[in-house]
Design a protein around this ligand. Structure first.
Ligand SMILES: [Zn+2]
Length: 110
């Protein structure tokens, strides 16, 4: 069966609905059968667009910080902390993809 994430737009296959989106990590309340999916549309105000861009900047910075923290921990032999920060970085990267998806498919208010 094909599934689709409403937050990031990622399509993926699987017998069962996953517990979370494999791309952005959102919980499965936001995952639907792909056959029912319609791409987000409608207009996005400039204020909302600015909020998305501000959120994207935060996600990019958080991803960088978590990668750096993971590398530092691993350099010190703390593998558990390294894995923890790697997981957080992956999650933040998923958020980046979701925000870029929303910015890419919604029209500006003219
Ligand atoms: Zn997703």
């Amino acid at each position: 069966m094909e599934w689709r994430c409403l937050v990031c737009g990622r399509k993926f296959s699987g017998e069962e609905k996953p517990l979370a989106c494999p791309a952005c990590g959102v919980e499965n309340d936001f995952i639907i059968p792909d056959s029912q999916y319609t791409r987000p549309s409608g207009r996005m105000s400039e204020i909302s667009r600015a909020s998305f861009k501000q959120a994207l900047d935060l996600e990019v910075e958080a991803t960088r910080l978590y990668h750096e923290a993971a590398a530092k921990a691993k350099n010190e032999g703390d593998e558990v902390t390294g894995i923890f920060f790697d997981a957080l970085a992956k999650n933040e990267f998923g958020h980046q993809k979701a925000i870029k998806f929303q910015l890419g498919c919604r029209k500006k208010v003219e």
